[in-house]
Design a protein around this ligand. Structure first.
Ligand SMILES: N[C@@H](CCC(=O)N[C@@H](CS)C(=O)NCC(=O)O)C(=O)O
Length: 313
């Protein structure tokens, strides 16, 4: 194929002429396009450099991409704490990356392992379990697994919304300021987060109820009737620990995936939701859940203090 057109111009000459013409008429547009191009190229190079670093973590070492640590709890996000707890219980080696907390699905956490990316705390656990041969629930019967799964969903996908309503709608995001370091010039962003989450609660539907109603929904989550296989029985999330014989963990004497969710969420209540109705419930009405968190923290986070952001708000 000839690279010279009929008029005798090469494509490069044509592109040059087009640019000359554009530059004469649309200088500002060209400057903006060039600037955006430079920024994009820089971002691309930085990402490539980060990926090179993650790949250097080593074979079968998980790189956990997450937001910065919290001031009062290793993470002010239930899904991050759930996943980090899982990695610790399953004894899967991991490193932390704070540089790129948001994954391709636009959510945090996500992981990179052996060059592969996986997003969503639950999908990550389901991916890592078979890969590292770590099934924390292998000792449970099918019925127990079903019960554990439903409790996990209740915590991850239902109680979460109750807590979000308190934190971002009722308290307008202020609790976040107490548990995450946010430099003064960026604190105004809390209002933007609060607005965004408020909209999400309205779309989900829970944000349309009164605070009192939501609080009762949350209470019932902590003390809820669950259907265990075969018969409908009162299966209180809170009482479960005591009714099942002073179990240190939700499903008995071994920590399972359910404990990761429960601890990840209750830790948000205990250490990131000061003066909330849910904290009061744990401190008084459902003391067994409160008591569950402390030994859990000591067992799986002996370095709890080291995991906290030491900056002063
Ligand atoms: N189902 C997801 C939930 C992840 C999630 O909602 N992460 C929050 C942090 S707790 C997030 O990325 N929020 C930022 C946003 O939605 O823009 C999981 O378990 O990983």
């Amino acid at each position: 194929m000839s690279l010279v057109t009929q008029g005798g111009w090469t494509p490069v000459q044509i592109a040059g002429k087009a640019l000359e013409w554009l530059w004469g008429r649309k200088k500002p547009i060209i400057v903006v396009v060039a600037l955006v191009g430079v920024v994009k190229i820089r971002q691309h190079l930085k990402r490539k450099e980060r990926r090179r670093k993650w790949n250097e973590a080593g074979k079968d070492v998980v790189v956990l991409h997450m937001f910065q640590r919290g001031l009062t709890c290793p993470s002010p996000s239930p899904s991050i704490l759930k996943l980090e707890t899982y990695l610790r219980i399953a004894e899967i080696p991991y490193q932390i990356d704070h540089e790129e907390p948001m994954g391709k699905k636009g959510k945090c956490p996500w992981i990179t392992v052996n060059g592969e990316d996986v997003a969503d705390s639950q999908l990550i656990m389901e991916y890592l379990g078979p890969k590292f041969r770590k099934d924390l629930s292998s000792h449970l019967t099918a019925e127990e697994k079903a019960v554990a799964h439903s409790m996990q969903i209740m915590v991850d996908e239902y109680f979460l919304w109750c807590l979000m309503v308190w934190s971002y709608v009722q308290e307008r995001g202020r609790p976040l300021l107490k548990c995450v370091y946010i430099p003064v010039p960026f604190r105004f962003m809390i209002h933007m987060f609060a607005k965004r989450f408020e909209k999400a609660t309205l779309v989900q539907g829970i944000g349309r109820h009164s605070f009192r109603e939501v609080e009762e929904m949350g209470r019932k989550c902590l003390l809820s009737p669950l259907c265990s296989v075969g018969c409908l029985q009162t299966f209180p999330f809170s009482l479960f620990l005591t009714t099942s014989g002073q179990n240190p963990f939700m499903m008995g004497d071994k920590a399972t995936e359910l404990d990761c969710s429960v601890f990840g969420m209750l830790a948000q209540v205990m250490w990131c939701s000061p003066n909330s109705a849910y904290l009061r419930m744990l401190e008084s009405d459902y003391r067994n859940l409160y008591d569950y968190c402390i030994p859990y923290m000591k067992k799986f986070y002996p370095d709890w203090d080291k995991c906290l952001d030491k900056r002063r708000q």
